[in-house]
Write a protein that binds this ligand. Structure first.
Ligand SMILES: Cc1cc2nc3c(=O)[nH]c(=O)nc-3n(C[C@H](O)[C@H](O)[C@H](O)COP(=O)(O)OP(=O)(O)OC[C@H]3O[C@@H](n4cnc5c(N)ncnc54)[C@H](O)[C@@H]3O)c2cc1C
Length: 217
């Protein structure tokens, strides 16, 4: 017999659209359930804005060190990038923020159900969780399911998500700003130790930036 929940508010999606709504509803004392297939934080926190800004920050620091000669600062030899360590640091930033959002949801007494939701009508869905299906019927439903990249930008966006995603270590990264099927990502973010300023400059063509990495053991 699947577990059945009957909250007043069901929020679908644990990205910035969903978790903010769920936290606020919870703070107002409304019985709220949030359903998220992955980790709370969504695209922005887990594989979008936050990880890309972390990598851009690391790329800027690298570029600063590489270019410091003009300021009269010389370091002994060329700076090296341990990309695995950079990715581990970026993952740590993402973990801290995702755990922070989980803490805020718990504090607001929002129940988080992890799994993919399939709706059978406007107010009822079944969530496939690790422990089995959970049926949810809510008085009010907030859809905050994000958007999917479509069209020509799709492959480039997927590559970019892979690059900024957990544990990803790529030799090259391509970034593209593109309209999603329902909405779209809001910009282009790529990190390159060799051309970090180019990665942020507006351009009609998607920038392809190379990232040369030396792994120290
Ligand atoms: C590389 C990259 C960089 C970005 N940089 C920026 C930036 O600098 N500034 C900015 O403003 N925006 C940026 N964005 C865009 C930003 O990430 C999105 O605008 C934002 O995440 C949208 O929030 P959302 O809550 O609507 O959707 P999302 O964050 O996509 O969250 C939706 C969530 O719903 C879940 N979900 C969907 N369907 C189901 C289902 N059926 N069952 C269970 N769960 C489901 C998904 O798993 C997902 O976690 C960037 C995006 C990318 C890809």
């Amino acid at each position: 017999m699947p577990e059945t929940l009957r909250p007043r508010v069901l929020v679908l999606g644990g990205g910035p659209g969903g978790y903010v709504a769920a936290i606020r509803a919870g703070q107002l004392g409304v019985d709220t359930v949030l359903v998220e297939a992955g980790r709370v934080g969504g695209t922005c926190l887990i594989r979008g804005c936050i990880p890309s800004k972390a990598l851009i920050h690391a790329a800027d620091r690298f570029a600063d060190m590489a270019g410091s000669k003009t300021l009269g600062i010389t370091i002994d030899g060329a700076p090296l990038l341990d990309l695995a360590q950079t990715i581990a640091w970026k993952d740590g930033v993402v973990d801290r923020l995702s755990n922070g959002v989980s803490g805020l949801l718990a504090h607001a007494k929002v129940r988080v159900v992890q799994g993919w939701a399939t709706f059978s009508d406007a107010k009822s869905c079944t969530v496939e969780t690790e422990a089995g299906p959970v049926q949810i019927t809510a008085e009010h439903v907030i859809l905050a399911a994000g958007s999917e990249a479509g069209g020509a930008a799709c492959a480039a966006v997927r590559r970019q998500r892979h690059f900024v995603g957990r544990g990803a270590v790529a030799g090259r990264a391509a970034g593209a700003a593109g309209g999603g099927r329902r909405g779209g990502i809001s910009g282009s973010n790529s990190a390159s130790p060799s051309r970090s300023s180019a990665a942020r400059s507006p351009s009609s063509r998607p920038p392809t930036v190379s990232c040369r990495a030396t792994t120290r053991r």
